[in-house]
Design a protein around this ligand. Structure first.
Ligand SMILES: [Zn+2]
Ligand SMILES: [Zn+2]
Length: 421
């Protein structure tokens, strides 16, 4: 009997991750994410019939890995496996997603509730049986707190799915770990940055601090739009470590996620530093704070990271007209988002006005770059690599690199195609 791998989303595309492993007619689903089109409407991953699904594994709480998952809970209730922080953050993400996109959604709050009832909390390195055929073990992925790589044994085959992965130390995270993992037949891997090299982390951190000090010294306000999960906290920790004596305000969903991190200390590399930031920085409580913080010199860390809404958009409107201020982007800015418009054209998307504040972009990525990804393949030494979660040309270039440098059999996944092993 062969094992079949079907790519339901995230082929030649960053996001909308979903993979079905099929054996004897039964399915183990790895992630079920969503993406957004140019009009910002959700594009769901393909689905398989929920009655065939023995279980679902979520690698981490980013929407591009979880946004389709509740759709499996309309009439069925398969067990769903993830770490505790992943479930806690995922619940916030689904609620927020439904608030913004409910009209286009395949599911509602009731399905999210049914999904949470089926939650199986997993720990790293502890195998879990799923149905009669699958065994699942999570390994730390280094990407965001709670993130996991998924090692699966089924029908005598061993498969590793990386989810999103990082191989360097950040303030929040230790790198991905694979020690003790048996050799795998197939490694299904992300290659978001398979064609680029990140600058050394230390240099980026110092640059961030230098910009902040410069702007605040001249009486300006620095707005840092940041993703709620991880990037916001990473920036908080970089600033807290230095004792700059500068006012820092934190606003948006970053606040709730910070509290989830603090409640799950074993998933954070340096939880004391995060606790210090939580204590020293102002967590904006409401409009009274919000109206005040942009009027004083200091830093504001706020979601949403691409300025699509949330408090970061409010602050942008308040500070963008004054060249004394600065907007520092630290998150990926997807094409068509307000953040991308600022970076590429220096314009405010709603009115077309020029942004007069200083605009900067810093690479604080939570994904491994091409060197990190290549090292990961070299350590795991899989018989075959299948590339997902990567733009087409990037995926092709990374596949070539793996072939040339490591001589490993490699393929770029195509959506809907079935691979057997
Ligand atoms: Zn992703
Ligand atoms: Zn991610």
């Amino acid at each position: 009997m062969s094992v079949e791998v079907e790519v339901l989303g995230g082929a030649r595309e960053v996001g909308r991750a979903s993979i079905a492993l099929r054996y004897k007619g039964r399915v183990l689903l790895l992630d079920a994410g969503v993406n957004f089109d140019e009009e910002d409407k959700p594009v769901f991953a393909r689905t398989v019939p929920p009655r065939d699904v023995d279980g679902i594994v979520l690698t981490h709480a980013h929407l591009d890995h979880i946004g389709t998952a509740p759709a499996y809970y309309i009439t069925y209730q398969p067990p769903i496996i993830a770490t505790k922080p992943t479930f806690e953050m995922a619940r916030l993400m689904w609620e927020d997603f439904l608030k913004l996109n409910g009209y286009y959604s395949m599911y509602e709050d009731a399905e999210v509730k049914r999904l949470m009832e089926a939650a199986v909390y997993a720990r790293y390195y502890s195998p879990i049986r799923v149905g009669d055929e699958f065994s699942v073990t999570l390994y730390p992925a280094g990407h965001i707190p709670g993130s996991a790589m998924v090692y699966v044994e089924v029908g005598g085959r061993r498969i590793l799915y990386t989810g999103d992965v990082n191989t360097i130390y950040t303030k929040l995270m230790e790198p991905a770990r694979v020690d003790g993992m048996p050799p795998v037949d197939l490694m299904i891997m992300e290659a978001t940055y398979g064609a680029s090299t990140h600058p050394p982390r230390k240099i980026v951190e110092e640059r961030l601090v230098a910009i902040v000090e410069e702007v605040v010294d001249r009486g300006g306000t620095v707005l840092i739009p940041a993703f709620s999960i991880s990037r916001g906290q990473e920036v908080m920790m970089i600033l807290a470590e230095r004792d700059l004596g500068i006012d820092v305000a934190v606003d948006g969903m970053v606040r709730q996620v910070t509290d989830i991190f603090l409640e799950n200390p074993s998933y954070i590399r340096n939880v004391e530093l995060l606790a210090k930031a939580r204590e020293e920085f102002l967590f904006v409580q409401g409009w009274q704070d919000r109206r005040k913080v942009w009027k004083r010199p200091g830093v504001i860390i706020a979601s949403a990271g691409m300025l699509k809404g949330g408090p970061s958009l409010y602050y942008l409107k308040k500070i963008m007209g004054n060249p004394k201020n600065a907007v520092v982007m630290v998150s990926f800015q997807a094409p068509g988002t307000p953040g991308r418009k600022i970076l590429e054209e220096g314009l405010f998307h709603e009115t077309g006005e020029p942004i007069r504040a200083r605009v900067e972009w810093l690479d604080l990525s939570s994904h491994a770059d091409r060197r990190g990804l290549l090292e990961l393949v070299a350590r795991i030494k899989p018989a075959k690599v299948l590339i997902v979660h990567s733009d087409g040309t990037v995926a092709d270039s990374f596949a070539q690199l793996v072939r040339d440098k490591l001589g490993v059999d490699v393929e770029v996944a195509e959506e809907g195609r079935k691979y057997t092993l």
